[in-house]
Design a protein around this ligand. Structure first.
Ligand SMILES: NC(=O)c1ccc[n+]([C@@H]2O[C@H](COP(=O)([O-])OP(=O)(O)OC[C@H]3O[C@@H](n4cnc5c(N)ncnc54)[C@H](O)[C@@H]3O)[C@@H](O)[C@H]2O)c1
Ligand SMILES: O=C(O)C(=O)C[C@@H](O)[C@H](O)[C@H](O)COP(=O)(O)O
Ligand SMILES: [Zn+2]
Length: 364
């Protein structure tokens, strides 16, 4: 078992526990975290994760430890991150009699984590929550306390910073993940390498075959190293007053592509966004062209997309990016590459440079 730590102040520090068979131990872990046995608790998951058998394990483990668990199952997919569905989940929590000592458990990928975290952050002005990530991408989403639902036209617009009590990462769950979702998760790990750890970046490219095949020792190393970077950045700037925005590398364009196309996974869209951000960095004279080539090479090696679909309108992409959460006053803000392992946040990027990059990155 591996333990990483998110070193926050004010009683909000927590551990990320990574290992095999942890879902069967959730009940005992809740006891160690001081979760009350007197209150009812809510496990939120999606239908795919339920069908794969993980919900049963959590419920059995909680029951064995004396916990009463209610269950709320959402449809799989990004469209579940909506305010109306969150409202229904909140009403369900109330109807079940959850109280201020109740905990919400998020069992699933990033969609479930963001959604359930939002429910936990808003129910009775905030109750405890525990992340039980089941996708590879969720090594990113489960850590750091960004919880949110979407507007139809923009991602994560309605949300909060609400840290979990613990992240319990059962790596056996990754066995049922599709190759596409494994690749999508690798994309955010490449991001962690690109922003803070050059060695990790090249290690992922070198070991992509074993990682995508879910080799257990490689996977444990990936999760530990990638979560460690995420935890460090979050501990430096919990609510994104500054440096935390580097975790948004690839997301300015990535979020625009994800929303406007509606056909890419989050990790795929961010992969396109990272390659484009690297191109932009070269165009603005911030980084050597060879570094951008290496970013693209890593994405291709991991089977991730690198081109912007032709059907996405340039003006709509720009408009969406001007409304990105990092942007103030409608300017274009990007996290740009200095070299692999080092990035910087650049505000007020000229629109002409962004348009040039979009045109050069179009599908053939
Ligand atoms: N809060 C954050 O810091 C943060 C960070 C990164 C991404 N995100 C968000 O996370 C979301 C993407 O997360 P995701 O890629 O995990 O998507 P997801 O939650 O939709 O999961 C991907 C697919 O895999 C299925 N699945 C999950 N675990 C499975 C398992 N063990 N076996 C079989 N199927 C499984 C899901 O049902 C879904 O169909 C996006 O909404 C993104 O905005 C948030
Ligand atoms: O934790 C963060 O901070 C991140 O930016 C991580 C991102 O990978 C993630 O997609 C996050 O949800 C994006 O946040 P947003 O504020 O750009 O919506
Ligand atoms: Zn992301």
């Amino acid at each position: 078992m591996i333990r990483e730590h998110v070193g926050l102040e004010g009683g909000r520090a927590y551990d990320i526990v990574i290992g095999e068979g942890l879902l069967e131990q959730v009940g005992g872990m809740l006891g160690e975290l001081g979760v009350s046995e007197a209150s009812r608790h809510l496990v939120i998951t999606d239908a795919n994760v339920q069908a794969a058998g993980y919900l049963e394990k959590v419920i059995a483990s909680m029951a064995a430890a004396g916990y009463v668990a209610e269950v709320y199952v959402i449809p799989p997919g990004e469209s579940s991150k909506s305010l109306p569905l969150a409202g229904e989940a909140l009403a369900f929590a109330y109807q079940c009699g959850l109280d201020r000592r109740s905990a919400v458990l998020a069992l699933g990928g990033g969609v479930v984590g963001d959604f359930a975290g939002f429910v936990a952050a808003t129910y009775m002005r905030g109750v405890a929550f525990v992340q039980l990530p089941t996708s590879l991408l969720a090594h990113d989403s489960a850590v750091g306390g960004k919880v949110a639902v979407n507007l139809p036209q923009a991602k994560n617009i309605i949300g909060a910073f609400h840290q979990p009590l613990c992240v319990v990462y059962d790596t056996t769950a990754l066995q049922t993940l599709s190759l596409r979702e494994m690749r999508s998760g690798v994309s955010e790990a490449i991001k962690h390498g690109a922003i803070r750890d050059r060695d990790l970046f090249f290690w992922i490219e070198q070991h992509q075959e074993g990682l995508l095949a879910n080799d257990s020792s490689l996977m444990s190393e990936l999760l530990a190293r990638s979560c460690r970077i995420k935890a460090q950045v979050v501990a430096e700037d919990e609510t994104e007053q500054g440096v935390r925005a580097i975790l948004n590398f690839g997301h300015t364009l990535g979020h625009a592509v994800e929303v406007l196309a509606g056909t890419y996974t989050h990790g795929e869209a961010v992969a396109i966004g990272m390659v484009a951000a690297a191109d932009l960095s070269v165009r603005l004279g911030l980084c050597a062209a060879e570094e951008a080539v290496l970013v693209e090479r890593a994405m291709v090696a991991c089977g991730l997309p690198t081109l912007i679909p032709n059907e996405l309108d340039e003006a709509e992409l720009i408009e969406s990016m001007r409304k990105d959460k990092k942007a103030a006053g409608g300017t274009l803000t990007f996290v740009l590459l200095r070299e692999i392992g080092r990035v910087e946040i650049v505000e007020d990027v000229p629109e002409s440079a962004v348009r040039d990059v979009i045109r050069a990155r179009r599908e053939g």
